[in-house]
Write a protein that binds this ligand. Structure first.
Ligand code: SAH
Length: 366
């Protein structure tokens, strides 16, 4: 049996070619794109503006949706975590984070993750597989439909962050294709300027991203100010050590648009990477490379099997002040959705939450 084409992963012009190949006029492809990406429909049955015969023909060799929501968890702070599965039964997680000015959706680029960062729960799954462009796009469609209603325009616009499970830069082509599809004004219309993608430091792809005009914003996960410690916490550092990584960041910085910054993320682990000396080392490292990036300090989100504890608030504040005193703009990220295992580093396909009363039946989500 041939693989069914997942239509949510096609650009508008690919959809046009797809329908033309079976003798349909081009405008049917555009209609289909609008149904999938603008009206955010996930089944052919709902596309009642398309002739029944055309829809029946589509079901022969294509599918409108590919992910199935298995659970939805709602945090006390309003954050929502969706646990879904792929057609081949692998877990995918997406997080919807309501914010005052603009809501954010955090999507996954892989099922599981091949990187062995010692402070991250996703690492424990290992890599199951990379997600397709369609599976990336569909995560956003599902989260938007659940948050606002099917096809309802987000009232305040949407930010996307590629900070869910997986390493986006090890799934670069599908990632970029998904972003291209989502940017389309005839579809979701989420432009790259509203998207931030985070990498653990895949240097060749940082350099490649720098050459792409319509690129998303970049965030880099650092977690340590020295190679010795970073090798231990993020083994990817053995392949691309700090000096190589920061040189690539410098290259990237040269291509920034006016007013644009990029971000370093630094997870704060109690008595591991949070002392004053390490704050000074980090500041010196960034200043030596003359990087004008900002730093986000992420309080560690604890999870049972991980051997770390969050740094006390006072330590985080002290760390922030040292960086600021050396001219580095530093922010402390507020954890969201910790109570439902939706926060940074907590995505590991958990079927439960520490508090289990807030799970909703996803029957209406499918
Ligand atoms: N693989 C990419 C994308 C994941 S982003 C990357 O590493 O950048 C996930 C972010 O959460 C990273 O910045 C990571 O450093 C951070 N993180 C991982 N585990 C965490 C934990 N337990 N607590 C807080 N932040 C964590």
């Amino acid at each position: 049996m041939t693989e069914m084409t997942h239509l949510a992963g096609l650009t508008q012009s690919e959809l046009v070619s797809f329908v033309e190949a079976s003798g349909e006029p081009a405008y049917r492809g555009r209609q289909l794109f609008a149904a999938l990406q603008h009206r955010r429909l996930r089944s052919f049955d709902e596309m009642t503006d398309l002739p029944k015969q055309f829809r029946e023909q589509l079901t022969q060799n294509a599918k409108a949706s590919s992910l199935t929501v298995t659970s939805r968890y709602i945090s006390a702070d309003g954050t929502r975590r969706y646990l879904m599965k792929t057609h081949d039964n692998l877990p995918v997680e997406t997080v919807f984070i309501p914010e005052e000015r603009r809501d954010t959706i955090c999507f996954s680029s892989q099922s599981g993750c091949p990187l062995q960062c010692t402070f991250c729960l996703t690492a424990q799954l290992g890599l199951l597989r990379s997600l397709t462009a369609g599976e990336i796009v569909e995560q956003i469609v599902i989260a938007l439909n659940d948050a606002y209603g099917v096809g309802v325009k987000p009232p305040r616009g949407t930010n996307l962050v590629g900070m869910g499970a997986g390493e986006p830069f090890l799934n670069f082509d599908s990632l970029l294709k998904a972003l291209r599809i989502m940017a389309s004004p005839e579809g979701l219309h989420i432009v790259p300027n509203r998207v931030t993608v985070s990498t653990a430091g895949v240097v060749p792809r940082i350099l490649e991203l720098a050459t792409i005009p319509d690129r998303p914003h970049l965030a880099i996960s650092l977690a340590a100010p020295t190679d010795e410690l970073r090798n231990e916490l993020m083994p990817i550092n053995k392949k691309w050590p700090l000096e190589t990584l920061l040189n690539a960041c410098k290259e990237f910085e040269r291509t920034l648009r006016p007013g644009e910054r990029f971000t370093f993320e630094y997870v704060m682990l109690d008595r591991v990477n949070d002392n004053e000396e390490q704050a000074r080392q980090l500041a010196n490292l960034l200043n030596r490379h003359e990087l004008k990036a900002k730093v986000n300090l992420i309080p560690h989100n604890p999870a049972d099997p991980l051997p770390y504890h969050p740094s006390p608030e006072g330590k985080v504040e002290q760390f922030r002040q040292i960086l600021e005193s050396k001219g580095i703009h530093t922010y402390v990220r507020r954890p969201r959705g910790r109570d439902i295992f939706a926060a940074c580093g907590q995505l590991a396909a958990r079927e439960q939450t520490p508090i289990t009363h807030n799970e909703t039946s996803p029957t209406e989500l499918k």
